[in-house]
Write a protein that binds this ligand. Structure first.
Ligand code: 5GP
Length: 194
């Protein structure tokens, strides 16, 4: 998605060879028009699939899952990272190791909102090591739902996330794929000369 790549080039802060900060339009302040365009792009990429639900993980996947849900005219559900006192029903849970926070936490979804008969599109902001998305894939399988695919806003293609998901037979679409980066320099997958 050229528009997204341009924003990353203009406003992305490359903190190291592995960490990109996009807080001005994606992860802290959110460009609402861009978020809605991202949702429409996911809907276009997975057109023809009878998706019944979009699934993400709190917090930074929520705006893109909502945008995709609007474009597909289906609800979205976000997995919770902390067990609130209000989460009293039976849960699906999976452990996730966070790349940015360097800790392992449990993600949970109420069994009321996902089950056999659902056709699920998983959406998230970043695909890095794939741990978060593998956790969600495991939950979809546990629920007996069907996984249509995974849509990521930004993929760091030099990390193992995509291959981990593809090994599990998951269809992955990312809107911006970073081949490599270092402070002051970024290359997208399409940029690499053949
Ligand atoms: P993963 O499980 O694929 O390693 O990454 C999970 C989450 O870590 C992503 O959903 C995202 O919130 C965060 N993350 C991973 N890498 C980056 C990065 O380079 N920049 C930002 N802003 N978040 C990241």
């Amino acid at each position: 998605m050229k528009l997204l790549e341009e924003r990353i080039r203009q406003e992305g802060l490359i903190l190291s060879d592995t960490v990109l900060k996009v807080d001005s339009f994606l992860n802290h302040q959110v460009d609402t028009k861009l978020a809605l365009a991202i949702g429409r792009e996911f809907a276009r990429l997975f057109a023809g699939e009878p998706i019944t639900k979009v699934l993400t993980i709190e917090a930074s996947g929520i705006q893109f899952a909502m945008a995709a849900g609007i474009a597909l005219d289906v609800p979205f559900v976000y997995a919770k990272k902390k067990k609130a006192v209000t989460l009293t029903e039976k849960l699906y849970s999976a452990p996730v190791h966070s790349f940015t926070r360097q800790e392992t936490y449990q993600v949970s979804i109420s069994q009321k909102y996902l089950g056999p008969g659902d056709k699920v599109l998983i959406v998230d902001d970043f695909l890095a090591t794939g741990a978060a998305l593998v956790g969600l894939v495991d939950i979809v399988n546990e629920a007996g739902a069907e996984l249509v695919g995974v849509g990521c806003v930004i993929e760091k293609s030099f990390q193992e996330g995509r291959s981990l998901l593809e090994q599990k037979g998951v269809r992955v679409h990312s809107l911006a794929r970073i081949a490599s980066m270092s402070p002051g320099e970024i290359h997208f997958v399409e940029d690499i000369p053949l």
